[in-house]
Design a protein around this ligand. Structure first.
Ligand code: PEP
Length: 249
C-alpha cells in the first residue's frame, strides 16, 4: 500500500547541459511509474532545465533545500514559493550535509519544514546518526529528536504525505552501507514513532534508506518490510545505475 520511491540527490553536481543529458537518459528508459515513484533533485541552477525535459513525464523533480521566508532581504537564499514556481513537487530537508557543513539545527529544519508545507511542497525529511552517536548507543535518541522536532509542530493531516529518509551519516558517500538488518531496525523504530503520533501516518509514511546504496545492494536493502525505497547520492549521477536501483525498489 506504500508506493516505493527512489530519489536521486544530485548534490552540487551537474551543469544544465549535464543535467539535461542525465534526466533525458532516465526518462527515455521509461521506468514503470506504477512500480516506483522516481524523484530527481538537481541543484537549483539546473531545476528549470530538468523541468523542461520532464514535461509530461511521471518522473518527479524537486530541490535539495529551501529557506523558510517567502521573499525579502535574504541574499543567496531560495524560498519554497520560488521552487513551486519552477514546478517542484518535493524538497529534501535536513540532509546531514546541511546539518553538519551549514550548521542547520533541528529547529532550523522544523522552520524549513513549515515553509515547505506552506508553499505546497512535499518534504523529504532526512534523519540519521553519526558514527560516534552510533558507537555511543544513542542512534534512536538522535533520530527521535530529529523527527519529534517536526511532529511536535504539526498535526497528522498536515504531516500526511511527508517522506522520511533514514541516512546514517557514517554511510553517506563513504562506501559503507548499513546492513539491511541495521537499517530495518531504525526504520521500524521510526515507524513506531510515527504510529504513536498517528496510526494512519505510521502505516502510510514512506521511509527511504540512504547511504552508499548501489545497484548491487539495493534489492536486499529494499526487501525489508519498513524500507520503502532509497535516497541515492553518488549512484544517482549515473543513469544506468540509478535505473537499476529504481528497478530494485
Ligand atoms: C545522500 O547524500 O543522500 C546519499 C545517500 O549519498 P550516497 O548515496 O552517495 O551515500
Amino acid at each position: 500500500m506504500r508506493q516505493p520511491m527512489v530519489a536521486g540527490n544530485w548534490k552540487m553536481n551537474a551543469t544544465r547541459w549535464e543535467a539535461e543529458n542525465l534526466v533525458r537518459a532516465i526518462k527515455e528508459a521509461e521506468p514503470d511509474p506504477s512500480a516506483v515513484e522516481i524523484l530527481v533533485c538537481p541543484p537549483f541552477t539546473a531545476i528549470d532545465a530538468v523541468a523542461r525535459v520532464l514535461k509530461g513525464s511521471p518522473i518527479r523533480y524537486g530541490a535539495q533545500n529551501l529557506f523558510w521566508e517567502k521573499n525579502g532581504a535574504y541574499t543567496g537564499e531560495i524560498s519554497g514559493e520560488m521552487l513551486r514556481d519552477l514546478g517542484c513537487r518535493y524538497v529534501i530537508l535536513g540532509h546531514s550535509e546541511r546539518r553538519q557543513i551549514f550548521g542547520e539545527s533541528d529547529q532550523d529544519v522544523a522552520r524549513k519544514y513549515a515553509a515547505a508545507k506552506r508553499s505546497g511542497l512535499i518534504p523529504v525529511l532526512c534523519v540519521g546518526e553519526t558514527e560516534e552517536q552510533r558507537s555511543q548507543g544513542i542512534t534512536e535518541q538522535v533520530v527521535s529528536a530529529q523527527l519529534q522536532a517536526i511532529l511536535q509542530q504539526t498535526d497528522a493531516a498536515t504531516f500526511h504525505g511527508t517522506v522520511i529518509a533514514y541516512e546514517p551519516v557514517w554511510a553517506i558517500g563513504t562506501g559503507l552501507t548499513a546492513t539491511p538488518d541495521q537499517a530495518q531496525e531504525v526504520h521500524a523504530f521510526l515507524r513506531a514513532e510515527l504510529h504513536a503520533f498517528d496510526s494512519g501516518v505510521g502505516a502510510s509514511t514512506r521511509i527511504l534508506y540512504g547511504g552508499s546504496v548501489k545497484a548491487e545492494n539495493a534489492a536486499e536493502i529494499f526487501s525489508r518490510p519498513d524500507i520503502d525505497g532509497g535516497l541515492i547520492g553518488g549512484a544517482s549521477l549515473k543513469a544506468e545505475e540509478f535505473l537499476r536501483i529504481c528497478a530494485a525498489a
